[in-house]
Design a protein around this ligand. Structure first.
Ligand code: AMP
Ligand code: GLY
Length: 425
């Protein structure tokens, strides 16, 4: 099979690494990719949301399967664009239709979907500029901290947790009246704060059946002990030890099954990954958010634990035969530590020469923001630069290897959190 994978982060390097191992893989292209994906296939120089270039590539290279990494292209409707064009309609697309991608593209839609199908989530109400008075009244009925969410995609920055009512009111005004997050905050969701421990659950669905992939715990804040700004993720562990069998069976019964059934009842075409962000509150799961893609850096610990051939799984998705598949999961723990640039998650440095990657032993190095410069040297090219993933019999063992190699790899002002996994040990 000829594969085109869209995206350029650590998630995509991990997917490319796994796809390249597939017996079914004849050719692998990644657009735009990074220096790591270039070792698994051929990088193509166009953006992952450039629909015209994607279509041209599908036709020219006779692509059999398009795997969509990030959300933007899905929310823009890449699935429908490919399927509604006679020249590209036969290409398999791994990712939901635009109607399905709204689960991530609109928090208001996702919350309404959850209420309709009785999926446990925080109590909420949605507001726009016209009923800002309602928002200011509703916030009075809640207790601190207050959770405000921009309805649309806001590059992971659209959720605000406010500790005082004054701050919450100020932010409601900023979001609705001054479009603090642009168009994304023309509508907002205000919801009850859930106190618990978070985890990321991943499902692969063919629209009819589903497989529950390994779950993970992500470390979102830039600083140790979960302090400082939110990032895309500074590290991850799979499986999270607190997601035991009993808890995961509640997740399946109360969340995954109603989600898949809801999509079917709504006649939403969905062939791809569902990433369910959950809060475990007193042993009960609540949905924080849906994403219509894999997580990053969760992919860096989830995918290495899957022993099945990924393209074979994708063929089952296309043929709606996922019920015939048995997942083979590696019982080892996987841990990843993200090496990031100085300044991240705000303005960060780029172009720093990265050395010693070739000396890494017993870990996988998945590239996130990297490229080769004009001299062919490996340099940093993003906020998150490299993810160092290791497998072990225990969290300690896996983390030990990742930290050993995180120390070894060098670039100027390299930063990483030294407390990944500490809270669950
Ligand atoms: P999201 O962008 O929806 O993942 O939200 C970002 C982060 O905000 C989540 O990872 C949670 O840590 C936090 N969060 C979102 N919603 C809630 C909630 N209802 N209660 C507590 N924390 C929340
Ligand atoms: N690590 C969280 C995300 O991918 O959204």
């Amino acid at each position: 099979m000829k594969v085109l994978l869209l995206g350029s982060g650590g998630r995509e390097h991990t997917l490319a690494w796994k796809i390249a191992q597939s017996k079914l893989c004849e050719e692998l292209y990644i657009a735009p990719g990074n220096a790591g994906t270039a070792e698994c296939g051929v990088n193509l120089n166009f953006s992952d949301s450039d629909v015209e270039k994607i279509k041209e590539c599908i036709i020219e290279k006779q692509i059999d399967i398009l795997v969509v990494g990030p959300e933007q292209a899905l929310v823009n409707g890449i699935y429908d664009c490919i399927k509604n064009d006679k020249k590209t309609e036969k290409t398999i697309v791994i990712g939901p239709s635009q109607a399905g991608a709204v689960l991530e593209g609109s928090k208001d839609f996702a919350k309404a979907f959850m209420s309709k199908y009785n999926i446990p989530t925080a109590d909420y109400q949605s507001f726009d500029k016209e009923n800002i008075e309602g928002a200011l009244e509703y916030i009075q009925t809640l207790k601190a901290p207050y959770v405000l969410k921009a309805d649309g995609l806001a590059a992971g920055k659209g959720v605000l947790i406010c500790h005082t009512i004054e701050e919450a009111k100020h932010e409601i005004n900023a979001m609705l009246l001054s479009e603090k997050f642009g168009k994304a905050s023309r509508k907002i969701v205000i919801e009850e704060f859930l106190k618990g421990i978070e985890l990321s659950v991943f499902v692969l669905t063919d629209g009819e059946h589903y497989l529950v992939l390994p779950s993970a715990k992500d470390y979102k804040r830039i600083g140790e002990n979960d302090t400082g700004l939110n990032t895309g993720g500074m590290g991850a562990i799979s499986p999270p030890p607190f997601a035991d069998k009993i808890f995961m069976s509640k997740v399946e019964q109360k969340i995954i099954i109603p989600t898949i059934e809801g999509l079917k009842k709504e006649k939403i075409t969905y062939k791809g990954f569902i990433f369910i962000g959950l809060m475990k509150v007193d042993d009960e799961p609540y949905v924080i958010e849906y994403n219509v893609r894999m997580g990053d850096p969760e992919t860096e610990v989830v995918v290495p634990r899957i022993n099945n051939d990924l393209l074979d799984l994708f063929l089952h998705v296309e043929n709606q035969t996922l019920d015939q598949v048995t997942l083979a999961i590696n019982s080892q723990v996987a841990a990843t530590v993200m090496l990031v640039s100085k300044g991240y998650p705000e303005a960060y440095e780029k172009g720093k020469i990265i050395s010693n990657v070739q000396n890494v032993q017993n870990s996988y190095v998945f590239h996130a923001g990297t490229k080769l410069n004009d001299k062919g040297e490996l340099v940093s090219n993003g906020g998150r630069v490299l993810a160092v993933t290791s497998m072990g019999a225990s969290i300690q063992e896996a983390l030990g290897l990742s930290y050993q190699n995180a120390d070894l790899i060098d670039f100027e002002n390299k930063h990483y959190r030294r407390d990944i996994g500490k809270d669950i040990l």
